[in-house]
Ligand binder design. Structure first.
Ligand code: G3P
Length: 218
């Protein structure tokens, strides 16, 4: 399972990259705004900076809602760097744009997916990634993990090559559950990734090893 980080914060991307476990980055307009990135040239420069930190795919989202605007924007984004994946919302125009990009060999990430039916359309259109938002489903008392299971199983039945990129991850258990279900990728905030490191018995065990070492070595 690949680990992507879901942020536009360069320091956090660098920290995950330095751990040696980072496979890519996803961003969205809210995450870019959170970093204070605005204006076309600043946005493009920021995507380029992200691509310089990581080696894997970097999702950059279009803002247009009509197919021609999505195509225009997506082509600019894709030309920016070979690691760029054009992130397109799950709408009728989005599906048309994904089909267009797929025929042109441009990688896509179909975002804002909340149902298996939407995931089926994304795969049919040739999306490289589909992003089911599991945390936002949990937030409204719908089991997000169940959606991941459903999509993974439908894609396996038909042999779709679209990768399941579990998004809107809130905590480390989401990550472990996605791994159990065979999601191809999880995109997570840094704190969900680093939380995987923690276990109280690791801390206690390490403390004891070091105390015994000090006792034996003075
Ligand atoms: O990038 C898309 C997704 O991961 C957003 O997550 O936490 O805003 O629901 P969240």
């Amino acid at each position: 399972m690949k680990f992507f980080i879901d942020t536009a914060n360069l320091a956090q991307i660098q920290e995950a990259q330095d751990m040696g476990i980072l496979d890519g980055v996803t961003t969205n307009p809210s995450l870019m705004a959170k970093e204070g990135i605005s204006g076309d040239s600043a946005v493009l420069a920021h995507y380029r900076a992200i691509c310089e930190i990581v080696e894997g795919d970097v999702s950059a989202e279009v803002i247009s809602t009509d197919v021609s605007g999505m195509i225009r924007e997506g082509e600019v984004l894709a030309a920016l760097h070979p690691q760029i994946v054009v992130k397109v919302p799950m709408t009728k125009d989005g599906i048309k744009a994904i089909r267009y990009f797929s025929q042109k060999g441009i990688k896509t990430n179909c975002t804002l997916v909340f149902s298996a039916g939407q995931a089926l359309l994304a795969a049919k259109a040739g999306a490289t990634y589909v992003s089911p938002f599991l945390g936002r489903l949990d937030d409204i008392s719908v089991d997000g993990i169940q959606l991941i299971e459903q999509i993974v199983s439908i894609y396996a039945i038909f042999g779709f090559s679209t990768m399941v990129l579990a998004a809107s991850i809130r905590h480390p258990l989401h990550i472990v559950k996605c791994a159990e279900l065979g999601a191809d990728v999880v995109t997570c905030p840094l704190n969900a990734i680093t939380a995987l490191l923690n276990h109280p018995l690791t801390d206690v065990g390490l403390e004891k090893f070091l105390a015994d070492y000090r006792k034996a070595n003075g």
